[in-house]
Design a binder for this molecule. Structure first.
Ligand SMILES: [Zn+2]
Length: 228
């Protein structure tokens, strides 16, 4: 846990990325399965961690050692914003994102994934929100569902959502969700069908409990798309 120059959500960028994947693994119930985790990572062509002076990307890459080529996740160095003009910043960000997604298509193809990853169209206000760091943008795309559909989401989480670092994990039936302490959904619990189980101070702890983020108070996901 660091404080620091480039803190996002009060944690450093690598921890933020790690937290995201832990939450994803927990959501898909694969916290114990490294093969499936690797597979899930392939459906996340890019994560952008945005800080006030620029952004970092987390991408898949092939790493060659003496014996073999393996897939690894790497984080870029800082891409600094060249000019402090918002329109230019958005252009630079979107151009680099598109380039990154197309590189991911090449990697995915080599691993036998035929899905064509693409950058969804967002309107200017959504890009503005994204580039006003600290924030994290995640593209999760093409994940095959048993229904034959694929699961596509682009999420942009801003730091303002995470100021309160106290998460409440509740259990509803066999499902666990975690919430910010002020969540409306918690107040709605008149029937008492939801049971307070734990209080967590980090998302990682929520992930370890296999709890999924509440859509109401932690609406990190925007533009959900289901396609054939
Ligand atoms: Zn909630």
């Amino acid at each position: 846990m660091t404080n620091n120059e480039e803190g996002i959500f009060g944690i450093d960028k690598d921890t933020a990325i790690e937290h995201f994947f832990l939450t994803l693994y927990a959501s898909f119930g694969v916290l114990e399965d490294s093969k499936k985790q690797e597979m899930l990572q392939m459906y996340v062509p890019v994560i952008a961690v945005i800080v006030p002076e620029g952004f970092y990307f987390s991408v898949c890459s092939f790493h060659k050692n003496q014996k073999q080529t393996e897939l690894v996740r790497i984080r870029s160095e800082l891409y600094p914003y060249p000019i402090y003009r918002e329109q230019k910043q958005i252009e630079q960000f979107v151009t680099l994102l598109e380039k990154t997604v197309s590189e991911h298509n090449e990697i995915a193809k080599q691993l036998g994934i035929t899905y064509q990853f693409y950058l969804p169209q967002l309107d200017t206000s959504e890009w503005q929100r994204a580039i006003t760091g600290p924030a994290m943008l995640v593209l999760f795309q093409g994940y095959p569902l048993s229904s034959g559909e694929v699961y596509n989401r682009i999420s942009i989480a801003g730091a303002q959502l995470y100021h309160k670092k106290e998460f409440i994990v509740i259990e509803e039936g066999d499902k666990r969700t975690f919430h910010l302490s002020g969540c409306e959904k918690l107040k709605d619990n008149t029937e008492g069908e939801m049971k307070l189980q734990w209080m967590c101070y980090e998302m990682k702890e929520c992930a370890e409990l296999q709890a999924v983020a509440c859509k109401k108070c932690l609406p990190e996901f925007v533009v959900p798309i289901l396609e054939e």
